[in-house]
Design a protein around this ligand. Structure first.
Ligand SMILES: [Zn+2]
Length: 110
């Protein structure tokens, strides 16, 4: 399942590049949106949020941790072992999975 997400993310990058260079955009934009939806679906279905037990920071795989070089779509399990909470510096061991999968945040994706 992780593989699917990687494929989508790869495709997204390619399409983004294409959009920048291609004059006839309509088709590409449609496809781009399709891919975006797919990424959302996959990530939402397969990836779980984790929350820091010490400070309440929430790691969202859909967002990643860009400030620390973690790309969107990175599963918590795939974070480097030395990754720490951006807010309080707690290790991965101090994080707990957020089980509430069907949150009301579905609208976050434009
Ligand atoms: Zn923390």
């Amino acid at each position: 399942m992780k593989t699917h997400i990687n494929i989508y993310l790869e495709t997204k990058k390619i399409v983004e590049k294409y959009i920048q260079t291609n004059v006839d955009k309509a088709c590409v934009v449609l496809y781009y949106k399709y891919i975006q939806n797919k990424i959302q679906e996959e990530i939402h279905l397969t990836m779980k949020k984790y929350t820091c037990e010490l400070c309440g920071y929430e790691y969202d795989p859909r967002v990643g941790d860009p400030d620390n070089g973690i790309e969107e779509g990175t599963d918590f399990e795939d974070l480097p072992a030395d990754w720490t909470c951006p807010l309080c510096g707690a290790g991965k061991d101090d994080f707990e999975v957020v089980s509430d999968a069907s949150s009301s945040e579905d609208d976050d994706w434009a």
